[in-house]
Structure formats: C-alpha cells, structure tokens
Design a protein around this ligand. Sequence first.
Ligand code: GLN
Length: 339
Amino acid sequence: MDAQVIRSSSESPSARNTGYATQPPLQRFLANCYEEFKSDNSGAVADYIPELRRANPAHFGVALVTIDGHIYEVGDSAVPFTIQSVSKAFVFALALEMVGEERVAAAIGVEPSGEAFNSIRLTNDNRPFNPMVNAGAIAVASLIKKDSAAAGVRMFIEKMQLAAGRKLRIDGAVLASETTTGNRNRAIAYLMLNFGIIDNDVNHTLQQYFSQCSLLVNCRDLAIMAATLANMGTNPVTAEPVFDFQYIKDVLAVMFTCGLYDHAGEWAYRVGLPAKSGVGGGLLAVVNRQLGIAVYSPRLDAKGNSVRGIMVCRELADRLGLHAFEFTNVGSSFMQSML
Ligand code: GLN
C-alpha cells in the first residue's frame, strides 16, 4: 500500500507561506495544533535517568497515521528518542501471544493502580496492578524473555521493527544509564521474586525490561505503531501483519484504563482514547479502526506524561470528535446507518 507522506509545513517556511490553503484538512489541523501549543513551556525533561536529561526540551513533533496508510506529520516528528513506557503496550501484546491469556493473568492484573508508574505497591494477591506500570512491565519481561538475553531483546526489536515498518536500534547510552541507576526497578523486581511472580533470573528480566525502554523511535514510528493497533494488528503502511488480532482488544482495554498511570481516569474522561505515554516524551493514542496519533515533546508533568502530548491529544479528540463515547464518532453513526 502506498503511504502518502505530507511533510510538516513548519519544517519548510516557504511551504507554510504558499501551501497552507492547499494542505489537506488533517494536515492543516495538525499544523494549527502545533502552532497553538509550541509556545507552552511547562513541565520538565525527565532527569531521574541521567541520560534522558540530554533531550532538547523544545522539541515538539506530532504525527497521525490513518488505517489506510496516510501519514501526516508536523514539527520534530523525525527526531529520535527512547520509547520508554510506550513499549509496555506492545510487550503486553507480545506476552499474550507468547504465553497466552491465562499465564499473563496469573502474573499481572488489569486494574488501574491510581499510583505513579514506578510504584512498588502490588495488589492484595501480590500481583502488579497492570502491565502499563513498571511492576507489570517487569513481570511481562520475565514472561517473554528468552534463554539468552540477546535473543530476547532481538525478538522484541524484530516485533517493534514490524510495527514501525523500519529498522530500529537500542540507545546504548540510555540503556547503560538506566541499568546503573535503576535500583527502584530492581527493588520492584525482587519484591515480585519474593512473591513468586517472576523467576530467579532477575538480572536477565531487568535486562529485557531496560532494553525495551531504551529502544530508539521517532514520533512518526509511534504513530504507525498506534495505527497498527487501530488496524487490528496489521501495519497499515507496510500491510504487514504484526500483532495477533485476537489480543488487540485486551491491549486497547488496558491502555484505555491504565495507559497514563495516575492520570488515566482524567484522560479517559477528557480524551477517551486508549493511549500510552513514556518518560522519554512520547505519547501515542489509538482511535480504534480509524487512526493512530503520536506526539513527541519531552517536557513532562509531575506524573511523567508529556505536557504538550496531553494538550494535542485533548485538542484532537475534542475537535475531531474522537472520544470513544462521542456521539459523533464512527461507531455511533455506523449504528445509526443500520437503523
Ligand atoms: N524506563 C523507565 C523506568 O523504568 C520507564 C518509565 C516510564 O516511561 N514511565 O523508570
């Protein structure tokens, strides 16, 4: 399938001056959103992983990919950054495919935690609350790791490459930084070992987890990945099947209720889309059977979510009527056409 790529007007001032009126409406909409929020400088770049401090706080990119493979992007949509917790949605899909729903459910819950992403609290039955917080993702890493750490990481990268439709690599500096400073994640892992949620090979599990967080992507990759989820697991740009479609609803449901940690309720209320954020500054949202949206802006709020990412998604959802329960969205009008 041919992807129609429309570059950002913001990267080409002459195009902005001459081509604006002829831009497709969605592209114009993204350009407007970009202009509206680019002067907002609230929030701060993550610094608890030392290497993440190096991100340029001014960077701001937005990308939108439809399930028929059209790509719209604006701003710094090609700037690389580490995927961090956005990976949690995809490795959850991987775990469901590799070991099945029952084993995943025995190790990890699906309840919003109402707590920070790095909370060490487990449920009353000693499972992590859900796969979108660190504890849950570390338990997922334990389920999907292979006999050799290298093989497990390779398998993860290969899956993500299919979802992005291009070659990807791990950022070695971020991985090293996170490995040396990740004692809180180590503590979470040992607590789960104590309760028999993960096996003895804690270092190996953490290596899988730290590596997955250190995958380099850009905003456009995340939008294609989000559109792959929107498109029942098939990458709409390459037409390549990536995720088993029977698990997509599980992944989207957990993203909807838990994707933004202790902001998840507010997000479901205001934006109403399955989504996932990461402390690298990436945020993606899925409009089921329609499109994927991604924002990159590394200034984070106190809960570790991209400030501009939330603003853009809220604006898009409002203006385009994308909230899952919006009466103007495709689901409701589809039902109406059946009456
Ligand atoms: N690698 C980060 C951590 O484990 C991921 C956190 C995040 O993106 N919210 O702390």
